[in-house]
Design a protein around this ligand. Structure first.
Ligand SMILES: Cc1cc2nc3c(=O)[nH]c(=O)nc-3n(C[C@H](O)[C@H](O)[C@H](O)COP(=O)(O)O)c2cc1C
Length: 352
């Protein structure tokens, strides 16, 4: 039986209103991205991976990842690391910050992370991976979830052996991106492995990888028996993909809608990261929003040359004059940013 994408499901005690999860993406999944994802139909959103060592050392930027807004919940915060005790301490900080779920990264293939024994490396170290999950689940009362790849090497089936052990150690849900770490993002996600994992565990499994449309989402749910699908790259600069998947709403927005969402995203990101960091961070989003045949390629190149975000906004509105009205409507519908931020239990200025 095919699950309705608009139906709710649960991870432990947490109710998730739709079958669509917004993927954690480093350098992308800022609060503005997550709040937008919730508005467009994601039932659960996730922070990018947060270093447990950074949290342990009170690194200011790392602590900033624990700023949570109430209108993005339910929210998972993802942590990565290799030491069970440090991961447990990080999980406590995540729970204190107001996250509904602690997600653990056993999938990151990037060398900077794997060389520290974290991320996908743990797929090859089941004993340590289980110790981490046990330590984290003893440390917090919110559900623990795991996000993993199929294994380190192409063709690996490590996830199928490891999955049930992680559940036994305390995981309440598993997300599988069935590519090997070596594959990075090449080839295709092999969701026949997702179907096998579903058969082996009694907790919800989320299918991640190459879900880009409603047709694909329904096919993956039907063929794997997964509880939900996760969408990553298809939602970059394109929240309309989410509403198409959940509600069958047309995926193609007007130019005014695109510009209005981009400007809103820019303003929220400035509030979150500050103008200096936001200016660099936002550059890749121009291509994502304005690409897909929505605006001429040269227009994006023009925007990245502009010195200030104020100038970028002006150029955007000049290119789609009706965007002002759409933006005004969007801003009145949103709860005020200052009101929705939950208090951070830890000073992000390292005790100062
Ligand atoms: C830019 C980028 C950053 C990512 N960062 C993370 C991360 O921090 N944690 C994680 O578990 N997965 C991360 N992923 C993997 C995605 O969550 C997802 O599993 C993968 O992109 C496959 O899904 P998709 O085909 O829908 O993009 C990242 C992917 C991309 C493209």
């Amino acid at each position: 039986m095919q699950a309705d994408l608009r139906s709710s499901w649960r991870i432990g005690s947490v109710e998730i209103p739709t079958r669509l999860v917004l993927a954690p993406m480093a350098g992308v999944s800022v609060q503005a991205f997550r709040r937008q994802g919730r508005r467009y139909g994601a039932g659960l959103v996730c922070s990018e991976m947060v270093s447990c060592a950074g949290l342990q050392h009170g690194n200011e930027r790392t602590l900033g990842y624990l700023r949570i807004a109430c209108d993005e919940r339910p929210l998972a915060v993802q942590i990565f690391g290799s030491e069970p005790s440090v991961m447990a301490e990080a999980a406590r900080m995540v729970e204190d910050a107001g996250a509904d779920i602690v997600d653990i990264n056993f999938g990151c293939p990037v060398r900077k992370v794997t060389k520290t024994g974290a991320g996908a490396t743990l797929l090859d170290e089941p004993g340590r991976a289980c110790s981490i999950v046990r330590a984290v689940s003893q440390a917090v009362s919110v559900p623990i979830t795991i996000k993993m790849r199929r294994g380190l090497e192409d063709g690996s089936r490590a996830c199928l052996e490891l999955g049930p052990r992680l559940v036994e150690a305390g995981a309440s849900s598993l997300t599988l991106h069935p590519r090997s770490a070596r594959q990075m993002y090449t080839g295709e996600a092999d969701h026949s492995l997702t179907a096998e994992l579903v058969e082996r565990v009694a907790v919800p499994v989320v299918a991640s990888g190459d879900v880009t449309s409603r047709t694909r989402a329904r096919a993956v749910l039907a063929t794997t028996g997964a509880e939900a699908v996760m969408v990553g790259r298809a939602a970059q600069g394109n929240p309309w993909a989410l509403s198409e998947i959940v509600d069958e709403r047309p995926a193609e927005p007007t130019r005014e809608e695109v510009v209005a969402e981009l400007i809103l995203f820019m303003r929220e990101t400035v509030r979150e990261l500050g103008e200096v960091r936001a200016t660099g961070f936002l550059k890749k989003f121009y291509g994502w929003y304005l690409g897909r045949g929505r605006f001429p390629r040269l227009f994006k190149q023009e925007l990245v040359q502009l010195a200030t975000l104020g100038e970028v906004e002006e150029r955007l509105v000049a290119a789609a004059p009706g965007a002002d009205d759409v933006l005004e409507r969007l801003e009145t519908e949103l709860p005020d940013g200052e009101d929705v931020l939950l208090d951070l239990p830890i000073s992000i200025y390292g005790g100062g």
